[in-house]
Ligand binder design. Structure first.
Ligand code: PEP
Ligand code: MG
Length: 324
């Protein structure tokens, strides 16, 4: 399937109306990195760091992590890699963490909540990232931020580690960008300070959708009732796009839906300019973007919302069918 899109691999994801969308890929292993060149991805918009912590029964050593993160940056060869700090919780229990019984693990003590309450592991991970970057730009992204103070605290923690590393004589990153994942609806309505403080924001659509519709992303039965192209969800996306635009904050989308061509097209029509997806999805998404006119899609989305329909999908499919 990758070969089918080989002819557009080096071409930009430029729509018929001239808008260029940046195509990044998601990764979580060193072994994913060769996909950067084979897919034509322009960077790693989401590097999930959980695997290295789940794959063994001890906390990984800082030196080993630093080495791995450095290799990932080497392999990216100057393209940006956004490292997301540990996103783990009571559903994905680390062998060396005391399991906590929680009735609703997805709503429980996870991700940044653990990182702030028990900062030891996250601090070690931040140190490893700082040392790996040494002289190069570093992009750190905090997961599951649900209110402003969590981002403020996580950021402070990173700045403290940078200070500490400097005192210890380590070469600091050339530049540090601190971002947040927007994956709870609360953040779309957060104080402006959040958008101003974040160097970049990435929509974690998998979780955002789960919490928006109150539908467990792991539960097929309820998950499938709710279309990503539901006008309410698109309206939330539009709000996020507008709030980021107001403060000039770069925004991307890194949930699975970014890799689905029709969904990706609608996000681009709503103003998303960076999408991060599985490497294999870059070809098909780029192909559709290159053959579409975003103003047409935007018009369809608007008409459907006004007609009072629930999802824009049927109308978008019809519009694309006419073009074909
Ligand atoms: C998301 O929630 O959309 C996301 C990208 O993070 P994860 O799937 O790892 O929760
Ligand atoms: Mg998530």
């Amino acid at each position: 399937a990758q070969e089918r899109y080989a002819s557009i691999r080096k071409l930009p994801a430029q729509t018929k109306c001239g808008t260029v969308i940046t195509m990044e890929m998601n990764a979580g292993l060193m072994a994913d990195l060769p996909n950067l060149s084979s897919s034509g991805a322009e960077g790693v918009g989401l590097f999930r760091t959980e695997l290295q912590f789940l794959a063994r029964n001890k906390v990984p050593r800082r030196g080993d992590l630093a080495q791995l993160y450095a290799k990932v940056m080497d392999a990216a060869d100057g393209k940006r890699v956004v490292f997301r700090t540990l996103d783990i919780g009571s559903d994905k229990v680390l062998p060396y963490m005391k399991p906590t019984e929680e009735p609703n693990p997805a709503l429980g003590w996870r991700a940044i909540r653990v990182g702030l309450d028990k900062p030891g592991v996250m601090r070690m991970q931040l140190q490893a990232l700082i040392r790996a970057a040494a002289g190069r730009p570093l992009h750190v992204m905090f997961p599951f931020i649900a209110q402003l103070d969590e981002f403020v605290e996580a950021r402070d923690l990173l700045f403290r580690e940078l200070d500490r590393e400097r005192h210890l004589g380590h070469v600091l990153p050339a530049d540090v960008k601190v971002g947040a994942m927007l994956e709870t609806p609360s953040m779309a309505f957060s104080p402006k300070a959040f958008f101003e403080m974040a160097d970049f924001i990435s929509i974690g659509g998998n979780d955002l959708k789960q919490f928006f519709f109150a539908a467990d992303r792991e539960n097929e039965r309820v998950r499938r009732r709710y279309d990503t192209l539901n006008v309410s969800f698109l309206s939330l996306i539009r709000t996020i796009v507008e709030r980021c635009a107001e403060s000039g904050t770069p925004l991307s989308f890194c949930g699975e839906d970014a890799g689905r061509p029709i969904e990706a097209l609608c996000f681009a029509a709503l103003g998303l300019r960076t999408l991060s997806m599985r490497a294999a999805s870059i070809g098909p998404v780029k192909h559709l973007l290159r053959n579409s006119d975003l103003s047409e899609i935007r018009a369809v989305i608007e008409e459907v919302s006004e007609r009072g329909e629930q999802s824009v999908r049927p109308a978008i499919m019809e519009c694309l069918g006419k073009q074909a």
